[in-house]
Design a protein around this ligand. Structure first.
Ligand SMILES: [Zn+2]
Length: 497
């Protein structure tokens, strides 16, 4: 750190108080050393009034600071620099702008009226400057925004922004990805996580080129109205070219809301019907509870609410249904639908992607499958030639590549099945039929996760009316209405497992 010390005494001070340069010099040097200075230069004005700025020593100091040769300026008190507040402020500003810091020895000066005034005014000026700059920037940006140009960059994924012209255009390869994100999320029940995982499996690069897609990024894309062409800047809507249509975007919002609802209903244990059950008597949704009955803890669904306001506390006493028989009843219904896939499939038509889109996605898939194969081959080669050990890391790497390949192949099978229907209108049909056929022969061995996603795919809502006896075990007095997601299928059926 390079320090400069500035010392000054006026003729008057010398005569009146016997002040000398030597006394100032000593304390300033000590201060410089205690601050860790590696070089100290001295600037002095002897017998010069502090009323003028034109002093040889001060001029030399200002020159040294301007040329960047000083990091810290040590002065006994601001009076040494100037006796006038305006000059003090001017010099302070000049030094700080040049990157040098002022250090006053005499700290008590800060507590004098002059000192307080100095800092108050300096603070006010700094605040004023900041505000002025901020306002100027915002005004400039708003002006540009109103003129239809885009102010500070629109750096969202899917768009290109030219700072010179403020022009925003769609970046084709990214826009394709954005559209896939929306399509997958809306039409397939893979969730935000599933979308992120598929993007990673496909090796789709992120904006930063490095790193993986994170569910938060996918969520941000799904919720951003910029993709229907509405970019909000400081409360102003600016039109940009849209990437997805309004209907698709709205569907995504609905599904996100639904996902949040489902998430909210999740308990400590797995509940097949959480988020789908409504009590037909009080209108509350029924959530999973793990409760005791005669000393035995079991999974149940209940419409009772705690601390949620008096109006929606639910049935009194709260309705309690044993989870197992209820879930079985609904599952039977879902199975019967799966056995008649055509009925189901017809309704799924509107949510199927177009032929061109499937082809484009297949192309991507093939490319990335090849890359994975190359990666695997490279690892295996390295192993064979002894360049790599078959340690935990390598094994993990190989397993990872294998998993990615399997997921991509699954997806490819799905897409190809979708294409077999021929025309775009039949893709959904054959796709769904394929899923149903695949699932039908192993309905009893499906794991909980698969069952849950099947239930969710086919069931919109389940309404339960009436009360169960024996702590929820006896469902004979209960009517279960399963509302299908598919309009053309009969809704409602009394469940009897
Ligand atoms: Zn109820």
């Amino acid at each position: 750190m390079r320090a400069a010390i500035y010392i000054r005494v006026s003729t008057e001070e010398q005569a009146k108080h016997g002040y000398s340069l030597a006394e100032q010099r000593g304390s300033c040097y000590r201060r410089a050393i205690s601050l860790g200075a590696t070089a100290i230069s001295e600037f002095a004005d002897e017998g010069v009034s502090g009323a003028t700025l034109d002093r040889p020593g001060l001029n030399a100091l200002r020159e040294a600071v301007r040329s960047g040769r000083v990091d810290v300026i040590i002065v006994r008190d601001p009076d040494r620099l100037s006796r006038r507040l305006a000059h003090q402020l001017l010099l302070t500003e000049e030094f700080e702008r040049a990157g040098a810091r002022l250090d006053f020895l005499d700290f008590t000066w800060q507590d004098t009226p002059e000192g307080r005034m100095f800092y108050a005014i300096r603070g006010a000026i700094a605040e004023f400057e900041k505000e002025k700059i901020r306002e100027r920037m915002i005004r400039g940006k708003l002006q540009k925004a109103r003129e239809g140009g885009i102010p500070v960059g629109l750096y969202n994924y899917g768009y290109t922004y030219e700072p010179q012209t403020g022009r925003v255009s769609v970046r084709e390869e990214e826009a394709w990805v954005v559209e896939r994100i929306f399509q997958w999320f809306v039409h397939e029940d893979i969730g935000v996580n599933g979308v992120a995982r598929r993007l990673n499996d496909m090796g789709v690069p992120t904006r930063k080129r490095r790193g993986l897609w994170h569910r938060m990024v996918v969520r941000q894309i799904l919720t951003n109205p910029v993709y229907i062409g509405r970019w909000r800047y400081k409360g102003i809507d600016i039109s940009v070219p849209p990437i997805v249509d309004n209907t698709l975007w709205e569907k995504a919002q609905e599904k996100l809301k639904e996902a949040r609802r489902l998430w909210a209903g999740r308990g400590r244990h797995d509940y097949l019907l959480s988020g789908l059950l409504t009590c037909g008597d009080c209108g509350n949704s029924m959530t999973g509870v793990y409760s005791q009955w005669w000393g035995v803890a079991e999974r149940r669904y209940s419409c009772r609410r705690k601390n949620r306001g008096t109006q929606i506390t639910g049935c009194r006493p709260g309705k309690m249904l044993l989870a197992e028989p209820l879930e079985q009843a609904v599952w039977q219904q879902v199975c019967s639908w799966l056995k008649d896939p055509d009925k189901l499939a017809r309704a799924a038509l509107e949510s199927s992607p177009g032929v061109e889109e499937i082809h484009a996605e297949l192309e991507h898939l093939e490319k990335h499958l090849k890359e994975i194969e190359r990666g695997r081959a490279a690892v295996l080669d390295a192993l064979a030639s002894g360049l790599l050990d078959l340690d935990a890391y390598t094994r993990d790497k190989l397993a990872q590549l294998k998993r990615r390949r399997e997921r991509l192949e699954e997806r490819r099978a799905e897409l190809t099945a979708g294409l077999e229907g021929g025309t775009a209108g039949h893709q959904g049909l054959s796709h769904l039929r394929a899923v149903a056929v695949e699932v039908l022969h192993k309905l009893d061995e499906l794991d909980f996760g698969t069952k849950k996603s099947l239930v969710r795919a086919l069931v919109a809502r389940i309404i339960v009316s009436g009360r169960a006896g024996s702590g929820g075990h006896d469902l004979s007095g209960v009517e279960i209405t399963v509302v299908s997601r598919i309009p053309c299928v009969e809704t409602g059926e009394s469940g009897d497992p």
